[in-house]
Design a protein around this ligand. Sequence first.
Ligand SMILES: NC(=O)c1ccc[n+]([C@@H]2O[C@H](COP(=O)([O-])OP(=O)(O)OC[C@H]3O[C@@H](n4cnc5c(N)ncnc54)[C@H](OP(=O)(O)O)[C@@H]3O)[C@@H](O)[C@H]2O)c1
Length: 251
Amino acid sequence: MTSLNEIEGRLALITGASSGIGAACARRLAKRGVHLALTYSTNLDGMRTVENDIKAQNRSLRISIHQVDVGVPDQINHMFQEIQEIHKQTPDILLSNAGYGKRIPQIWDISLEEFDYTINVNLRASFILVKGVVERMKKQRWGRIVFMSSIAGYGGGINGCHYAASKAGMTGMMKNLSTRLAEYNISVNDVAPAMIGETGMIPSAQAIPEVAAGIPLGRLGTPEEVANVVEMCVQTGYLTGQSVLLAGGLK
Ligand SMILES: NC(=O)c1ccc[n+]([C@@H]2O[C@H](COP(=O)([O-])OP(=O)(O)OC[C@H]3O[C@@H](n4cnc5c(N)ncnc54)[C@H](OP(=O)(O)O)[C@@H]3O)[C@@H](O)[C@H]2O)c1
């Protein structure tokens, strides 16, 4: 690996790291010697478990946790102030992973408030987060940005149109940003998973039996498999502008 792709000693911001995919990504990047700023919204116990596990494995890592509702811009700005105070820098790596999606299949049941909130948490927050990290990345000519999108942005998914629109918007923003930020050596990609178990969204196959039965690989994905792809994205600077569908063969 060349220094272009060295991630040890970098600082990663991972939103929604208190459970599921975000927690697995935090554990993975910690193994690679990446310092961490991790966010949670309501699950402090889950966040503390992740923090303590990582600290027990590597005492030399700097790790901070921050309570943020990413649907509220002031809270994101406050989080960046905390990160600056604790780490004396803004992040080198951003994983915008915190996400929300209430399963409301039909448009006539989706309120305007639900639509707006979903867009704010999934899409608008990613925009604000990128604005918070991009100046340092530009200046140092090194940065990695990964959005946690969804198969819903491709095939519609099992949630409603509010969730699909928010995730497809993330992929559109990723594609635009990747072209604009490439000259600064900042890569921008997204991971678009489907049916990842052991998460708050999908605890197990029993939670969605009719969908689980239709997965060509015959099982749910795991948070560790998503972490594999995120790790690949952050350690491979030549990879940019890509949306990696991780869906067990689902379309
Ligand atoms: N599981 C899947 O099959 C699947 C498929 C496609 C995409 N995804 C995406 O993967 C990402 C992670 O989800 P997951 O499956 O790992 O589920 P999860 O275990 O429920 O994790 C969701 C995380 O997002 C945080 N979060 C939710 N709303 C938030 C808000 N308003 N502000 C800040 N943080 C918030 C949660 O924090 P607290 O728990 O602390 O409140 C939690 O840390 C999401 O973006 C989701 O859309 C998941």
